[in-house]
Write a protein that binds this ligand. Sequence first.
Ligand SMILES: [Zn+2]
Length: 336
Amino acid sequence: MEEISPFSTTVYSAGRTRLVKLSLPLAELPRELAKNLRPVSPGEVYNGPAAKGEQKAADPDVLALTAKVDGRRLMGYAETITLTGKRSAAQLDLSAASGNRQAMDHIAGAFAGMGYAVERQCYKDRKADKECNIVARRAGQPGGKAILIIGHMDSVGYENAGADDNASGSAGVLEMAKVLSGYRSDHDLIFIAANGEENGLTGSYACVKKMKASGELARVAWVINMDMIAWNRDGVIEIETNKEFSALADWVGEQARLYTRLQPHIAMPAWGSDHVPFLEAGIPTYLSIEHWDDHTPCYHQACDKLETLSWDYASDIVRLNLAVVAGKTRLTPLKL
Ligand SMILES: [Zn+2]
């Protein structure tokens, strides 16, 4: 925003959205700045509370599902991921001991232990190491669709940091996988710990490209992204999408009021996380993220540590996203 200020005036600033009016044509801006901007019309922009529908009653089956969220387990997943060292994909190196590699291995092992089929979806080779997303799948009924749940496991690269951004969201993916491992689902469930988010969404763009090529993307009906879900003071969650999916976002907001203590806000348009490549592919997708007007003061800094986080708040975001899954597919508890 600072770099663009000589060429623009800010006309709107709320939540995660900044609109600027350029003082010269976009084509005349330095390319480095222009690539971070996109044209937006005022009708695409909203930052505020989710619409209130008529009051419905909570579904006891969904309450039973969300009651299975375990905040201590969620924190444990985040702790292990945070303490792998430096998790930036840019820091993948010759050593298999890089934090990024260790986090990938840990997450792959956790999914496998829950009974999922695990794939290392690698898209970039570097000398002795690879940059990969970790993908876990469980097939639903034949002819069903797929629900995809994603959170990035890389960080900007400070040692044992990136707890909120985004050990929290990748732990949320693991916790959802753990709870849902006890159910049969009509639709396929796909869980992704994405890599390279902090280097231009490289993992999620590669994922969309690979799934498009294999034909799998055509079956993906909904995508849920978790990025920064554990730092909060006011109980507000932002549900971010683009205008074409604002009805979905309001419905997600309704689930938040029914099944959690969260206050749902809607944020549009979408930018800057792993929901974007899926939205660009036309798939109904939202990002769940902490309230951006009061987000972690340690954003992209070395102080983004575990002890600053709220696992009650993060647990509620996981409960919300589980309630959304339950609203989109029939879940049947597996007999023990
Ligand atoms: Zn992030």
